[in-house]
Design a protein around this ligand. Sequence first.
Ligand SMILES: Nc1nc2c(ncn2[C@@H]2O[C@H](COP(=O)(O)OP(=O)(O)OP(=O)(O)O)[C@@H](O)[C@H]2O)c(=O)[nH]1
Ligand SMILES: [Zn+2]
Length: 190
Amino acid sequence: MFDQEKIKQAVRLLLEAIGEDPEREGLRDTPERVARMYAEIFAGLQEDPAVHLEKYFTENHEEMVLVRDIPVYSVCEHHLLPFFGVAHVAYIPRGVVTGLSKLARVVDGFARRPQLQERLTTQIADTIMEKLNPRGVLVVIEAEHMCMTMRGVKKPGAKTVTSAVRGIFQQNAATRAEALALIRGRDFRP
Ligand SMILES: Nc1nc2c(ncn2[C@@H]2O[C@H](COP(=O)(O)OP(=O)(O)OP(=O)(O)O)[C@@H](O)[C@H]2O)c(=O)[nH]1
Ligand SMILES: [Zn+2]
């Protein structure tokens, strides 16, 4: 469970450890604020994102559905610094489609926890495969990691691109190429 009191204590300790005075005016409410912020940015730990895909509609659209440029904010589990960018989620339904917003809710549910970009990508793809049993899923995430920009190797602008490809997108190169072309915003020309 989420322990707000423990987070407050930890933030107070952190401030002391860097040589700050947690009692000075500007910092007095900081432990409380950080606890509220953590409850928000790690809210995914308290939910099972698969639940969002339990509502779906019967529809005979067995063609590609792509939601492109879904904003993603997550936190890298190595440094607890943000990584952020966009997710693209494509699937080819088999008899049922889900609400478009539910795809973004699944992305959020897995993003709001200490994460690895690779794991985030595969969790989204595998959850959609399991819950909707589609003909295939393709998830691409493009993100910038603050741990690579404001510290360490310091390479602002470097983008990490990860993909997870399942079902027909794996088996059929033309279908995969079509999805990737649509993600890039270009017409597909086989
Ligand atoms: N594969 C992967 N690596 C990540 C992700 N987020 C951060 N990292 C990397 O995790 C690694 C942790 O490396 P360590 O050597 O343990 O930590 P570090 O000494 O702080 O490493 P530097 O960042 O190179 O200074 C770094 O190379 C980060 O770039 C991610 O989502 N996926
Ligand atoms: Zn990191």
